[in-house]
Ligand binder design. Structure first.
Ligand SMILES: Cc1cc2nc3c(=O)[nH]c(=O)nc-3n(C[C@H](O)[C@H](O)[C@H](O)COP(=O)(O)OP(=O)(O)OC[C@H]3O[C@@H](n4cnc5c(N)ncnc54)[C@H](O)[C@@H]3O)c2cc1C
Length: 619
């Protein structure tokens, strides 16, 4: 290992991932921890990293409390409804009550916000969304983080968390490698905030071969947010709650502005409103949830999927009416320029002008993320003023490992945070992390050189494996002694796709398929000990794959545990096709034992705090 130089850095707050949550955390840590040493480590370059790298056209979470537009309670009700009842309301409320102040800072920092000419307020796209010229959204929040941190490390992938050897179940920092220099980096830290984004590419994507990488969710989001905590035994929640998106076909262009602002609508190939057709069938599965307003996202997907299976596809977005209005036509195109230029290119290549041709829609492969319209992620403590005892253990957004915090996609149970809510949650986590240090909870942490050296050996092993095994390569890439990251990735994606409810089975799975999936994932894990990397970029791919594989195990275990179909349209348990509120109106929580690698799962009550408080006030 002598060829990989080791760098040591000691700090108070270590932020892993400089996306929306990570920049929020880095900024806020400085506010509360004036004299503290704050480090942010990012796999890419924080100016253009994470899901917001290319920009956004709307901030999807803004209450507008200054104008009485919405209150945090409204947002809790909205998220609870969309997630078929399964959310952590304490976390959602906490985010919602603070999110407006984060958006106001973005405005101050120069993010161009669209304004309603009549009212002077931010221009609404929908009840929760406000419109921005957001191409530079990410560089703007990155600047705030850069000015706040002692140091930002770009191009370092964190592969493992360090544990304190003096006190059980306490964090000690993190390690990783620089993808440009190949150097090994040890960050010994009093607290770690994991903000490393969700997981794309764990299920086989629709775009394969020449189109591989063209997914809805950023291909570089590889589940580190989950794998890092899972590996050290932190509890996770709702990992079965993957997300499937209805998007414009092939380019995955967003549909929000089209539905909400342009008032476009969908129809099947015969020009019919197919959603109505599936009402009775959906009611059979989920009961009165289908009558909720707005219709939960998964149930709209369900109608789409059923209609397609029944032969009613392709499904189209009716754009030809709205696009006759020159203003709406401009908005429709600009929507892509700000965040998904590729969709415009796809339409050009397919000779589609939405003014004259209704473009096709599709449902995506599933993704795992905790900040969008689903809530997979870590089981964290809530705020002390809101959380019931089962949801509270001292510090807001602290995981079940002491000193380890999370924000954004990392945190489970709190959907619909989006970009602004993730930034806000980063701020909340950082404030609590600073307090944890000020409360002397991080004294006497011991991280030995041996712990670091062992990780160093493990991290660079794929390079060694390749160096030795390359002599046996035949036929270009085939070797009996190692597998490449792309081979491993494709194997993982097929397992997840075919056994855990991907597109191959129209999102269908069952107990037997999941059991088989878990067996295949265990063998993959064994084989990943032999993953080879020919250069530093492939070394990153190897570690991304390992993080994806561990995340996938957790997703599969959770899907196996929840014996009902809670979110038809996201996935189906064929052996338990109905929503079962009697037995499963609860959150699922898992823990992987770091020593044995075995998962254990439990049900945890879901508390409907907002309505309970209202009921109490009324009585
Ligand atoms: C396609 C898409 C469209 C969206 N559209 C909107 C929208 O219109 N409006 C809106 O408000 N929100 C939108 N969102 C949601 C928003 O982008 C996310 O909620 C938000 O980015 C989540 O923040 P995060 O910090 O958790 O993750 P990210 O912002 O993705 O940041 C994660 C960061 O961690 C880094 N990282 C990952 N692994 C490691 C590692 N091992 N070591 C070091 N660094 C690592 C990544 O490089 C990245 O910078 C959209 C999301 C997606 C995927």
């Amino acid at each position: 290992m002598a060829s990989h130089k080791t760098h040591y850095e000691d700090c108070d707050v270590l932020v892993v991932g400089g996306g929306m949550a990570g920049t929020g955390a880095t900024f806020e840590a400085r506010h509360w921890g004036r004299d503290m040493k704050i480090i942010c480590v990012e796999k890419a370059n924080i100016d253009r990293s994470g899901a917001v790298a290319q920009g956004l056209y709307a901030i999807n979470c803004y209450m507008g409390m200054q104008w009485g537009e919405n209150q945090p309670e409204d947002h809790v009700r909205y998220a609870r409804n969309d997630l078929m009842g399964m959310v952590r309301e304490d976390l959602g409320y906490d985010m919602a009550r603070h999110v407006d102040s984060a958006v106001h800072m973005f405005d101050e920092w120069g993010l161009p916000m669209m304004k309603n000419e009549k009212t002077g307020r931010y221009l609404r796209e929908g009840k929760w969304q406000i419109m921005i010229h957001g191409e530079s959204y990410k560089p703007i929040v990155a600047e705030a983080a850069k000015k706040s941190a002692d140091k930002i490390y770009n191009r370092i992938m964190i592969t493992h968390l360090l544990m304190d050897e003096a006190q059980e179940n306490r964090i000690g920092g993190a390690v990783g490698f620089n993808m440009r220099t190949g150097d090994f980096h040890v960050f010994r830290a009093k607290t770690v905030i994991v903000a490393a984004g969700g997981a794309s590419h764990i299920f086989k994507p629709r775009a394969v071969g020449e189109g591989m990488g063209r997914t809805w969710y950023a291909p570089w989001s590889n589940g580190s947010a989950y794998a890092l905590p899972i590996a050290v035994g932190a509890k996770m929640t709702q990992m079965e709650n993957r997300i499937v998106l209805c998007r414009f076909k092939d380019g995955y262009g967003p549909v929000g502005a089209y539905f909400l602002h342009l008032k476009t609508y969908t129809q099947n190939a015969n020009g019919e409103n197919y959603e109505k057709k599936w009402y009775e069938q959906t009611k059979e599965l989920v009961g009165e949830y289908i009558d909720h307003h707005p219709t939960p996202t998964c149930l709209r997907n369900h109608a789409f999927i059923q209609e397609t299976i029944a032969g009613g596809g392709p499904i189209h977005m009716v754009t030809t009416e709205a696009f006759q209005d020159p203003h709406l036509e401009t908005v429709g195109w600009e929507n892509f320029l700000g965040m998904t230029v590729g969709q415009a290119v796809v339409w050009a290549s397919q000779n589609i002008d939405p003014k004259y041709t209704n473009p096709e829609l599709t449902t995506s492969e599933p993704y795992v993320m905790g900040s969008h319209a689903t809530c997979s992620g870590a089981w964290v403590s809530g705020p002390e003023d809101l959380s019931p005892p089962e949801y509270f253990w001292g510090y807001n957004r602290m995981l079940t490992v002491d000193g380890l915090f999370g924000a954004g996609d990392t945190v489970g149970g709190s959907a619909h945070k989006f970009s602004s809510g993730s930034f806000t949650e980063g701020r909340l986590a950082a404030k609590a992390a600073v307090k944890y240090i000020q409360d002397q909870k991080a004294e006497g942490i011991k991280v030995t050189d041996k712990q670091c050296d062992d990780f160093k050996e493990a991290i660079f092993k794929p390079l060694e494996t390749y160096t030795v095994a390359q002599n046996e390569i035949t036929g270009g890439t085939v070797s009996p002694s190692y597998i490449s990251p792309i081979q491993g990735l494709q194997r993982l994606q097929r397992i997840m796709d075919e056994y855990v409810g991907g597109i191959a089975t129209n999102y269908m799975t069952n107990g037997n398929m999941l059991k088989r999936g878990l067996e295949l994932l265990a063998w993959l894990e064994e084989d990943l000990e032999k993953v080879g990397a020919e250069d530093l970029h492939q070394l990153m791919r190897a570690w991304e794959l390992k993080h994806r594989a561990l995340t996938s195990q957790c997703v599969t275990e959770h899907t196996m545990f929840r014996e009902e179909t809670r979110w038809p349209g996201y996935y189906y348990r064929g052996d338990h096709m109905k929503l079962d509120d009697d037995n499963w109106h609860c959150l699922t929580v898992s823990r992987r034992d770091p020593k044995t690698g075995k998962f254990s799962l439990e049900k945890v009550p879901v508390y409907h705090i907002v309505d309970e408080n209202e009921k109490k006030k009324a009585s």
